[in-house]
Design a protein around this ligand. Structure first.
Ligand SMILES: Cc1ncc(COP(=O)(O)O)c(C=O)c1O
Length: 386
């Protein structure tokens, strides 16, 4: 493929060239059709959605860019919708997850400067992005080692291990960054017990809690934000991925008590909050908050989970664990993960592997019982031969 000759190889690409996406199906240039249980790694959460595309194309007739020196109605409306549905404060728009991490990192750092709190904690096996600041937050040595030294003052606790967190928090700790469900780390949800410990420490040390909802947010985990599955409210919420309906858009939602930390000249972005992406984002937001959409998604998520539970029971030799929340599920299948993924492609289903041994199930939130049946049948056929 021409792709291999001219594009830097930073991904192990499948040998598929995409023609178009329609609903929850991807069509390749050689005329084949695939069920999309990959969804652009949780970006195409609505599959191909006509209303989102219309909002974007309508906006493009007016303008594609205005800079952050001018107000854009859709951008303001999207910020309002995010705030009214999460924590009161302000929004800073970015273009990607890593940029949301960078913005949150700078805010936390500036805050810590004024009160001697130089330490930031994130979890081992976490993923917060690959730019150098975000990479320092990402608790995975394999991604960091060739690029050290990274910024100082970031330390990593063991995810879901209360004792580990307790042993690392002190009066110099400014913030804890956390994914409600570790995505790249293997689809591992936070435990309620760990969240209780975190809440106590947060109160005692006045910690800033930063929730990385880049993958889990915007209905992926059933609730609008995954933190709603736990008894906790963050101070900062990082978003990206599905926010722009397929265009690059990210955001940091900043609570009232922190909204004056970053001011004019402290941070910025030429493209952040692009008007076309925000128009798409607003259309996405309306859709995922529609009552009928939420009900239907819940029904389908329950159906998916029940079908996978039955498979796990029947094929316990292959499926060691099923975990996750709503439409973000992980199947622990050991060394079989890449074999299953490759065979699924041949059977017309696109799957994603994470943490080397986990099939990450992150379909568009719009999948119905027919799509789920197709996936489950293909999956059953493959694992019954292993
Ligand atoms: C939880 C989380 N944070 C941050 C990122 C980085 O986002 P991006 O690739 O848009 O920079 C990702 C991407 O996979 C992610 O899953």
């Amino acid at each position: 493929m021409i792709d291999e000759r001219y594009i830097l190889k930073t991904y192990n690409r499948l040998d598929l060239e995409i023609d178009k996406i329609r609903g929850n199906y991807i069509y390749t240039t050689d005329g084949k059709k695939y069920l999309d249980f990959f969804s652009g790694i949780s970006v195409n959460n609505l599959g191909y959605d006509k209303d989102v595309i219309k909002a974007m194309t309508d906006k493009m007739q007016s303008y594609t860019h205005i800079s952050n020196y001018f107000a854009d109605k859709d951008r303001s409306e999207l910020a309002k919708a995010l705030i009214e549905n999460s924590i009161d404060g302000k929004v800073f728009f970015t273009n990607s997850g890593a940029e949301s991490s960078e913005a949150a990192l700078k805010l936390v750092r500036k805050c810590g400067k004024s009160n001697g709190k130089y330490k930031i904690l994130t979890a081992e096996n976490s993923f917060h992005g690959r730019t150098t600041g975000a990479l320092a937050l990402t608790g995975q040595k394999k991604y960091q080692k060739d690029f050290e030294p990274l910024i100082s003052g970031v330390e990593h606790f063991v995810f879901n291990d209360s004792d580990s967190l307790i042993s690392m928090v002190d009066e110099h700790t400014s913030a804890v960054f956390l994914e409600p469900v570790q995505g790249e780390g293997g689809v591992i949800p936070l435990t309620a017990e760990f969240v209780r410990t975190l809440s106590k420490l947060r109160e005692k040390y006045n910690l800033i809690l930063v929730m990385d909802e880049i993958q889990t947010g915007l209905r992926r985990c059933g609730t609008l934000f995954a933190y709603e599955n736990y008894n906790i409210k963050p101070d900062l919420i990082m978003l990206a991925k599905s926010l722009g309906g397929g265009l690059p858009l990210g955001a940091v939602i900043i609570s009232k008590k922190l909204e004056n930390v970053i001011g004019v000249g402290d941070h910025g972005s030429t493209f952040g909050g692009n008007p076309v992406a925000c128009a798409g984002g607003l259309a996405v937001f309306k859709k995922i908050n529609d009552e009928n959409f939420v009900m239907s998604m819940k029904k389908n998520a329950d159906y998916l989970y029940n079908e996978l539970s039955s498979l796990k029971e029947k094929f316990s030799g292959v499926i060691k664990d099923l975990r996750g929340i709503s439409m973000m599920l992980g199947l622990e299948v050991g060394e079989n993960a890449s074999i299953i993924r490759d065979r699924a492609v041949k059977e017309g289903v696109l799957l994603n592997v994470t943490g080397r041994t986990v099939i990450r199930i992150i379909p568009p939130l719009t999948v119905d019982s027919n799509d789920i049946d197709l996936f489950v049948n293909v999956f059953r056929k493959i694992i019954s031969t292993l």
